[in-house]
Design a protein around this ligand. Structure first.
Ligand code: SAH
Length: 371
């Protein structure tokens, strides 16, 4: 029956949800979902083993499941969430950026970085981003939508599959680290990000079995969500994108600072350390003549030390160029001085290696346009 005229016209535009996936669900919810389909609950555990332990993507290989069960469960719990649109590689194939299309045509990016002793995957948590930081390419197009836990997790699972199958330069390998530093503000998509963290760190076969310490959640400083994270009892690494130690400048670089000020953000970061014992990372993109002054290094050192010792380290990142921005990275000498000043305050400081600049895969450069 046709809907009455007007109903559609006046309905608020609503986005369809990504299809439900095993990785959206806790182990108990998976068993329930399988039971709802009329199957025995232990089938959920078999399915989890295929997905998280075997990294299997072909249901026909799941031969411990009877054919009809296999088809039914694969169709309702293992839908395809991510379709690779493009790979861009650099560093002899050890850095690989992938552009993914989601079920509704939105696109996101993830970056796999292989180092001698670890493999890090940088994942997106939102299509676009609503935080509007003027130096970040992702921020310029605004927020398209939140990603589901399954969409977040699958970026890692697919990467892990490539590694296991030897499809990444350097031979077969494993993912060791995940950083929520791709597109989006993870703490603005809290429930899905938290669920994704659990899936990534729950022991196999219920999850991927990564160490919580090797998962980093990066935030612009959404204080209530930082406190909520503090209460979760996880030992993931928290990174805070500070970029300025003073409100006057930070209000312009990280617009959400007008809501939660530097002092509130640093206090929340300190509370995270106190509860978890995990040293917090402060990210600081060094922008030439904007935030790279010696006095700002001193002020940052003072503000951090005011809250205690040994609870924090600073990661300066030379600004990566983004289209249309007049800003550029600090001069090497200025960067060195900034680092030295922080160290003189006793703050452990390491300049972040920025991989993938040549493929627009470095921090702040992920900007695939989404519909
Ligand atoms: N929204 C979260 C997650 C993104 S992480 C956050 O802001 O923390 C990406 C990191 O790269 C953040 O620290 C971000 O501030 C930084 N970044 C953004 N644009 C950059 C650029 N052009 N050069 C270097 N770092 C940049």
């Amino acid at each position: 029956m046709p809907s009455p005229a007007g109903e559609l016209t006046f309905a608020a535009p609503r986005r369809a949800k990504p299809p439900r996936h095993l990785a959206d669900l806790s182990p108990a919810q998976r068993r329930e979902a399988v039971a709802d389909l009329g199957e025995r609950p232990f089938r959920a555990d078999q399915l989890s083993t295929h997905y998280f332990s075997h990294l299997e993507d072909d249901p026909q290989q799941m031969t411990d499941l009877p054919q009809t069960t296999r088809d039914l469960l694969a169709a309702s719990l293992l839908p395809t969430l991510l379709t690779p649109v493009r790979h861009l590689e650099t560093d002899k194939g050890t850095t690989r950026k992938t552009v993914w299309r989601l079920f509704d045509g939105a696109t996101v990016e993830s970056v796999l970085m292989r180092y001698p002793s670890r493999v890090t995957i940088c994942v997106s948590s939102q299509a676009g981003c609503g935080m509007n930081c003027p130096f970040c390419a992702t921020g310029q197009a605004g927020l398209t939508r939140n990603m589901s836990a399954g969409e977040i997790v699958d970026q890692v699972v697919v990467g892990a599959r490539w590694l296991r199958r030897g499809e990444v330069a350097g031979g077969p390998g494993r993912v060791s680290n995940v950083v929520f530093m791709g597109m989006g503000e993870p703490l603005a998509n809290y429930p899905a990000v938290l669920a994704a963290v659990r899936r990534l760190t729950d022991p196999a076969p219920e999850g991927l079995g990564l160490s919580q310490r090797n998962v980093t959640v990066s935030t612009v400083g959404l204080v209530p969500a930082m406190d909520r994270l503090t209460g979760e009892g996880l030992s993931v690494t928290l990174a805070v994108s500070l970029h300025a130690p003073d409100d006057e400048l930070r209000d312009t670089l990280v617009p959400v600072n007008t809501r939660w000020k530097v002092a509130e953000v640093l206090d929340a970061a300190r509370r995270y350390f106190e509860k978890t014992g995990r040293r917090v990372s402060i990210e600081y993109a060094l922008i030439r003549d904007v935030n790279d002054h010696a006095w700002r290094a001193d002020l940052l050192g003072t503000e951090l030390n005011r809250r205690g010792r040994g609870w924090v380290h600073v990661n300066p990142i030379p600004l990566n160029p983004t289209p249309g921005s007049q800003w550029t990275a600090s001069e090497p000498g200025v960067e060195r001085r900034f680092v030295q000043r922080l160290r003189a305050h006793g703050i452990p400081t390491t300049v972040r290696d920025t991989r993938g600049r040549e493929i627009d895969g470095a921090c702040g450069q992920l900007a695939t346009s989404s519909p």
